[in-house]
Ligand binder design. Structure first.
Ligand SMILES: [Mn+2]
Length: 344
């Protein structure tokens, strides 16, 4: 199966408008783009009088949850899995199309694949949704969803409270800003900047959002970053490898979800072309890998971390990917060394 678009935005918009009860879900451990995509889609349905609710598998950072407002979202714990309750005549899967990222809700989705639609900007995916829109050129999934909102004939300012919070535009901007590293990464092209401008015009308070998303860390998180950076070794002069063990979490008091963003820090080093973070997830009993790489250099060379992650059963984008392994941190690092030696 080729993971490509097999319907149109207009057809999806008609399907959403004609639905009665819609469930919107995304990948486990939602990030800003996943939550922004869920919230924007739920709000767009509400704007046309269609009942919709979000359904996500935690952990989900509190600073993301703060953007929900009164939008209905059910949070499920991965350790106490539950399935959606009630009759939904349509399900929308956003910001992923991979079964590995939808483990908890997979049985529920499989049962109704003809009533599942997908909107995604990742390179790889499975037959999760019968009808889907996939555009890997979009800097965020919300950059795709704005087309759906437009096709539904919904105002981007819909949902805003008296202070201008909780609009569709705010949710879209959250996804766009976080997935593009606040418009710094190579996926921030002219269309992403244009969309950013459109969303600001629709009333998004960028400065307040920046403080809430990027300047609201606990001290424990920054101390954990120190642990990761202290562990850093540079392989072949160009690949940064970092690890976080269970003891690092215990001793700093940081939480597993507070590792987000750590893998990007070594990119500040001139010679570094890619970074890998290996994390011991005690609660899940697994070892998690995060991969990042820089865009092509002057010679057109870059490290494809999507391909690298695939060797460990994961995936994502060319410059940002992840994987899970059952081995210990040390075992995974030994395997990594073999793969990285070829690249370095
Ligand atoms: Mn995304």
């Amino acid at each position: 199966m080729k993971y490509t678009t097999n319907t149109t935005i207009d057809a999806l918009a008609r399907e959403l408008r004609g639905a009665h009860r819609v469930l919107v879900t995304t990948h486990q451990k939602p990030d800003g783009d996943a939550m922004g995509s869920v919230l924007a889609t739920v709000r767009a349905c509400a704007a046309v009088g269609v009942h919709a609710e979000g359904w996500v598998v935690d952990p989900c950072e509190g600073n993301l949850r703060a953007f929900e407002g009164s939008t209905p979202v059910t949070h499920v714990r991965p350790r106490q899995p539950a399935l959606p309750v009630g009759d939904f005549d349509l399900a929308v899967v956003v910001d992923t199309g991979a079964w590995t990222q939808l483990e908890v809700i997979a049985p529920w989705l499989v049962e109704r694949v003809e009533r599942v639609v997908g909107i995604d900007h990742h390179a790889r995916g499975d037959l999760v949704a019968a009808r889907r829109i996939v555009d890997v050129s979009c800097g965020s999934c919300t950059a795709l969803i704005v087309g759906l909102v437009d096709a539904m004939g919904v105002d981007l300012a819909f949902g805003a409270d008296a202070n201008g919070r909780y609009s569709i535009a705010e949710a879209l901007f959250m996804g766009l800003a976080t997935d593009t590293g606040w418009f710094r990464f190579s996926n921030a092209r002219a269309p992403e900047y244009a969309l950013g401008a459109r969303l600001l015009t629709a009333g998004v308070d960028k400065n307040a959002m920046y403080q809430q998303l990027e300047q609201s860390s606990r001290a424990e998180r920054v101390m954990l970053q120190g642990r990761a950076l202290s562990s850093m070794e540079i392989i072949g002069g160009r690949i940064a490898l970092m690890r976080l063990r269970a003891s690092d979490f215990v001793e700093t008091g940081a939480l597993i979800e507070e590792t987000s963003g750590v893998v990007n820090i070594p990119m500040e080093i001139s010679a570094v072309r890619a970074a890998v973070l290996v994390v011991e997830d005690m609660a899940a009993g697994i070892t998690k890998l995060s991969f990042r790489s820089k865009p092509a250099d002057a010679h057109g060379n870059f490290i494809d971390v999507n391909e690298l992650a695939a060797r460990f059963g994961g995936g994502g984008h060319v410059h940002a990917a992840g994987a899970k392994q059952t081995g210990t941190v040390d075992e995974v690092i030994e395997l990594l060394r073999v793969s990285l030696a070829h690249l370095a």
